[in-house]
Design a protein around this ligand. Structure first.
Ligand code: FPP
Length: 255
């Protein structure tokens, strides 16, 4: 894996290695960013969308195949109705505004989570954009919205239990492989790395199953300030790690 500085735009070229498939991001720190400036929390979310746009552009240019962003968790419903409404409006507005940009850059939008419980105007734009971008061959942008890892696992257990109840499957047939195919995240490769911004080192109910061997990178930077330079820092952290998936250490230099 290598980086080289671009001459013209003073931005970086990242040669994504074949084995790096999926970057996932917990975009934390919007509220604190705004508070530090004496502004209302929603200002942080507003700037968070700007940071997200930059992140999507960078990942797309770097050739990273999958990017998941945790936009709204099943726990985020505990926030004030005003804040929830701001986040929903921002998502709707961003998807509407960047429609062309997604298509122009061959980005395919996907969703992880339950859209049914969202306001129809937000649900509709997500569905519309998934449909409109379904043939795009570039970056797959997965928006985790109304998503929770525990809920995802419970939903899979329910499907499996029904199969057993109907006699279509035996308990003995349950194993990691047969179980995981009922998880909605099985549509994507497991995240190679999860970046969490805002200096918080929690997984917060994100990708509970498929993050089993993900590298975790905690950045002190609050999400609205997370730029391409910070992304490169995170990717450099990844390149310095040795993923062993529980196996014993191999020779020096193995990855
Ligand atoms: C976490 O910061 C941020 C969120 C819960 C919302 C992030 C959502 C967006 C930026 C909109 C994304 C838009 C699309 C189209 C996907 P926080 O409020 O928890 O920050 P704090 O830890 O400082 O309180």
């Amino acid at each position: 894996m290598s980086f080289q500085k671009k001459n013209k735009k003073n931005s970086y070229e990242f040669n994504c290695p074949k084995d790096f498939q999926h970057l996932a991001v917990i975009m934390d720190g919007n509220g604190r960013w705004a508070k530090n400036k004496g502004w209302p929390r929603y200002f942080g979310h507003f700037r968070g969308v700007k940071a997200l746009r930059q992140m999507v552009k960078s990942c797309s240019r770097m050739g990273i195949p999958y990017l998941t962003v945790f936009a709204f968790s099943t726990e985020n419903w505990k926030r004030s109705s005003i804040e929830i409404s701001v986040i929903m409006k921002l998502m709707r507005r961003a998807l509407t505004r960047y429609k062309e940009e997604l298509n122009r850059n061959q980005i395919r939008l996907r969703v992880l989570g339950n859209l049914e419980e969202l306001n129809s105007s937000v649900r509709d734009i997500f569905n519309e954009m998934m449909e409109q971008t379904k043939n795009n061959q570039g970056l797959q942008l997965i928006v985790a919205v109304n998503y929770g890892g525990k809920r995802e696992i419970i939903e899979a257990v329910k499907i499996l239990s029904k199969k057993i109840e109907k006699g279509d499957m035996k308990i003995e047939d349950i194993n990691e492989g047969s179980f995981s195919q009922y998880l909605s995240s099985s549509a994507f490769p497991p995240p190679d790395m999860i970046i969490r911004t805002g200096a918080v080192s929690r997984i917060s109910n994100f990708y509970l199953w498929s993050a089993a061997y993900s590298e975790i990178y905690v950045s002190p930077v609050l999400w609205p300030d997370f730029n391409e330079e910070e992304l490169i820092r995170a990717l450099e952290f990844y390149t310095g790690t040795h993923r062993r998936f529980g196996a014993a250490p191999e020779e020096e230099g193995s990855k």
